[in-house]
Design a binder for this molecule. Structure first.
Ligand SMILES: [Zn+2]
Length: 304
């Protein structure tokens, strides 16, 4: 199953960056048995069940019902929270669940002020010198019938691919990885408002900036595990990984340093992407990480 392998690749990516030298993923020699054990615990049945459950809410449109117990984004959010709470319990309380609950003001694709809630599961790092280093994995749980209308909050919008797949991936990673200890901190986050312009994620990012959180890496998962391309070609052996070149927030001094040793291909995001490819393909033979040297797909994150 491509989705399972994509999630396994993600686990490898996160494992690689949250580990100290002692735990480090070796790029040569014998594979690390603990990593192989973690990968074996990623369950395709769980991932599929989560996607089916998310689809069962009919629509998860950001503007849909907040309080209907069966249908709409409120019901979906409640279920995700309950699942995270269960993983937390299974981890002996080490996985900490919180909500970033706010009102998005009207504007763009949000016609009236709307409540948005990011659901966040944090697995604190165990080493004093590295636990303030944070790695974020996210997927968006909202959906829409975007090809027809950006504000239709009542029509069926199952969003199995977009993005129950990414949400289920984040949930499965949280479930499995919270049974283990890592040197640095991992934040598993599911966000709404993506289809309105990445609003949930942007709110959390602003908050992280205000708090000066040390975000070392961020992986977002949108429409993952699909095997049928828009051109009709079936391909279950590759995952696309987008990475930016020149960092969005680069200072002049950082630009000078980067230019003195290399070029636009040497930003931290590109280095991380190459690392993911190397590690992912080592542990998952016959599954290729295709590096796409762009920040994102065309048109993603538009707000109007
Ligand atoms: Zn999406």
């Amino acid at each position: 199953m491509k989705l399972q392998r994509t999630v396994m690749m993600l686990v490898l990516a996160v494992f690689g960056v949250v580990s100290s030298q002692a735990q480090q993923v070796q790029l040569s020699g014998t594979p690390n048995p603990q990593i192989e054990k973690i990968l074996r615990e990623i369950s395709p049945a769980n991932i599929e069940a989560s996607i089916r459950k998310l689809v069962s809410f009919g629509t998860r449109h950001t503007l849909s019902s907040q309080d209907d117990p069966q249908r709409g984004i409120g019901a979906a959010r409640k279920w995700i929270r309950e699942e995270f709470d269960r993983y937390s319990k299974e981890s002996g309380g080490r996985l900490m669940i919180s909500e970033d609950d706010f009102i998005q003001p009207a504007g763009g694709r949000v016609p009236q002020p709307t409540r948005l809630v990011n659901i966040i599961a944090t697995l604190p790092g165990t080493q004093a010198e590295s636990k303030d280093r944070i790695h974020v994995v996210s997927g968006h749980y909202d959906s829409c019938v975007c090809s027809q209308s950006m504000t239709d909050a009542t029509s069926d919008a199952p969003g199995a691919s977009d993005d129950a797949s990414g949400t289920a991936a984040v949930m499965e990673m949280a479930r499995v990885m919270s049974k283990y200890e890592f040197d640095a901190t991992i934040v598993f986050m599911t966000v709404p408002g993506e289809e309105q312009g990445l609003l949930g994620a942007a709110h959390w990012a602003e908050d992280a900036k205000t708090k000066s959180l040390n975000i070392a890496a961020m992986f977002t998962n949108d429409i993952i595990g699909n095997t049928l391309g828009g051109n009709g070609v079936r391909d279950n052996r590759r995952v696309r990984l987008f990475s930016e070149g020149v960092p969005t927030t680069e200072t002049e001094a950082e630009a000078r340093a980067r230019q003195s040793v290399g070029g636009e291909n040497d930003g931290p995001s590109r280095q991380l992407a190459r690392y993911i490819k190397e590690v992912g393909e080592r542990y998952l033979p016959n599954f290729e990480v295709t590096l796409i040297f762009r920040r994102d797909r065309y048109g993603r994150g538009e707000r109007s």
